[in-house]
Design a protein around this ligand. Structure first.
Ligand code: DAH
Length: 342
């Protein structure tokens, strides 16, 4: 017993003298004295050598010793948290670190604007998968296998299952809507699409589209023109001129591409309009009867129009972005120019 008391006294001296300062040293102190293999645990083992009549006293002593070590540990911990708070090196009068304000990506901004314009006309928004099957992307849209127009939209196929591909347009969402819904149908389909193209200022392997579909009784080409004209005026202002050029898409007949007067040079000629004064912004047309029939929609009773536009192109004209790659490079100098734009 005497020996034990002597031993505890020695330990206490050692512990009192210990002066760890850093958080690491304090943790080392805890492990050494209070850890599962630490000193406090091991001195408890002395109990078994103490005579029966001394056990109570020894227990008391050991417990006091434990409390002593714990108190020391607590005071060391407090010491470092206090020094942290009272660090007088901090000059609270200095300006703080500026909080960076984020902004929407320009494509998200433009997409939001496009959606809200069509919502005013009663269009709902529909989304679909980016990994598609051949039928929804091509077949159903009147682009059977080996159709030459497939070349206009070369895409990426998926090794694991060559029947899957990355959609080349959101017409695939139109297909999924016609599959599920009966006319009247009035939707726009925004989303990312993929094409197997070499990346340059004018082309990328992915971009964003908004396609639209309106099917009902008596829908005519005049409705198509008026809808798209309204869109252009809302998006670009009342002074912008519009023209339709006959075109070809397998899923529409007749088909037309729509140009607007070049906003960059206002008609005097620039790179964007290739010195013509006009810029193409979308493809459109009356939904091909075969497409309607593919989904069991009676083409004698119903007609419809469809259109598809590239969001990057609209954004280019709206915000004068001259290189497609800027959209995906994450360059903060480009992106922060859109701070505050709603
Ligand atoms: N899907 C066409 C493309 O990606 C764009 C398009 C043209 C969509 C005419 C349509 C349409 O719905 O009617 O090039």
């Amino acid at each position: 017993m005497e020996k034990l008391l002597q031993q505890l006294e020695n330990y206490k001296k050692e512990i009192t003298a210990a002066n760890p300062v850093s958080a690491d040293d304090i943790e080392a102190f805890r492990i050494k004295y209070l850890g599962t293999k630490g000193l406090v645990k091991s001195v408890m083992g002395f109990m078994k050598d103490v005579a029966i009549d001394k056990k109570k006293e020894a227990g008391q002593q050991l417990n006091d010793f434990k409390l002593f070590v714990e108190a020391k540990y607590e005071s060391l911990k407090n010491l470092i948290s206090e020094t942290k708070h009272t660090n007088t090196d901090i000059d609270i009068s200095l300006p703080g670190n500026p909080v960076l304000v984020g902004s929407r990506h320009p494509l998200s901004l433009v997409l939001k604007q496009i959606i809200s314009i069509f919502q005013q006309l009663g269009f709902a928004v529909a989304e679909g998968p980016e990994i598609e099957d051949d039928w929804h992307n091509f077949g159903a849209m009147n682009l059977p296998e080996n159709h030459p127009a497939r070349d206009m939209q070369d895409t990426f196929y998926i090794n694991q299952n060559p029947a899957w591909l990355l959609r080349t347009h959101t017409s695939s969402v139109q297909a999924r809507i016609m599959e599920k819904q009966k006319p009247p149908i009035r939707v726009i389909c925004p989303g990312r699409v993929y094409r197997n193209e070499t990346i340059s200022a004018r082309a990328h392997c992915f971009f964003h589209q908004v396609e639209g579909l309106y099917i009902d009784e008596n829908v005519s080409f005049a409705d198509l023109k008026q809808t798209l004209y309204f869109f252009v005026q809302e998006m670009f202002g009342k002074d912008v001129k519009v023209r339709f050029r006959p075109s070809y898409f397998p899923f529409t007949e007749p088909s037309a591409e729509m140009d607007i007067s070049c906003l960059i040079c206002e008609g005097s000629g620039c790179n964007v309009c290739k010195h013509t004064g006009w810029v193409e912004i979308l493809g459109s047309g009356m939904v091909h009867p075969t497409v309607l029939e593919n989904f069991g929609i009676d083409s004698n009773k119903y007609t419809g129009f469809a259109f598809g536009m590239g969001v990057e192109r609209i954004c280019q004209l709206k915000y004068r972005v001259n290189d497609l790659r800027l959209y995906s490079q994450n360059d903060i100098r480009f992106l922060k120019q859109f701070t505050g734009v709603v």
